[in-house]
Design a protein around this ligand. Structure first.
Ligand code: AP5
Ligand code: MG
Length: 191
């Protein structure tokens, strides 16, 4: 299996590049953000609690995220691998993911860290707000999401550096330019 962690701050292009990777490599996309938004859209009481946290730009608890992830992986079927988008977001989640994958006899193949300047991130997210209307794409919540990213999520970078899985990717330029940087690494891995 090729298991990819696609990592980066809000607006870095994790979802956008996941789509390109799936088109070429047929991996299964697991975006914890999308799974949480689906729970909100279902109108459940759990969804209401999740929405309150997301709309403050804070993180959902590692326990709940692990439950959601485990359910997704149980229904995986036969796939050539998985793209984890927006997960892991804490060092604890990274350790949990390693344990879960080890139980399956597999592991993270590579972690792509999309590096984009903060000004560009905010610009992209405010532009998306006009099109998609995601409730956490307001300037105040974007600022909070970036703070939470620096404090809780950035330490995940060192975790993957230590395991030798870390690949920094210049996340600026066109979508295709960025994908070709990612694809170079994936081509080497799948040989
Ligand atoms: P999540 O849904 O993961 O959001 P995020 O990390 O804030 O990232 P985004 O989805 O906003 O950005 P992206 O990197 O996917 O960029 P995209 O490709 O869309 O999480 C949302 C919330 O859920 C969290 O805040 C948290 O509360 C909770 N959550 C989720 N996972 C969790 C976890 N594991 N633990 C705890 N809580 C969790 O691109 C952005 C925009 O830019 C798009 O409009 C796109 O079209 C555009 N764009 C992309 N590439 C380019 C380019 N090269 N040039 C110009 N525009 C571009
Ligand atoms: Mg996304």
């Amino acid at each position: 299996m090729i298991n990819v962690v696609i990592f980066g701050p809000p607006g870095a292009g994790k979802g956008t590049q996941s789509k390109k990777i799936i088109e070429k490599y047929g991996l299964k996309h697991i975006s914890t953000g999308e799974l949480l938004r689906a729970e909100i859209a279902s109108g459940s009481e759990l969804g209401e609690r999740i929405k309150a946290i997301i709309d403050k730009g804070k993180l959902i608890s590692d326990e709940l995220i692990t439950d959601i992830l485990t359910k997704e992986l149980e229904n995986l079927g036969n796939v050539p691998g998985v793209i984890f988008d927006g997960y892991p977001r804490t060092v604890n989640q990274a350790e949990i993911l390693d344990r879960i994958l080890a139980e399956w006899g597999t592991e993270v193949s590579v972690m792509f860290d999309l590096e984009v300047e903060e000004e560009e991130l905010v610009k992209r997210l405010l532009k998306r707000a006009e099109i998609m209307g995601r409730s956490d794409d307001t300037i105040d919540v974007i600022k909070k999401r970036l703070q939470v990213y620096h404090k809780k999520t950035e330490p995940v970078i060192d975790y993957y550096k230590e395991t030798g899985k870390y690949k920094e990717i210049d996340g600026s330029g066109t979508i295709d330019e960025i994908f070709s940087r990612i694809d170079k690494v994936l081509q080497d891995l799948s040989q």
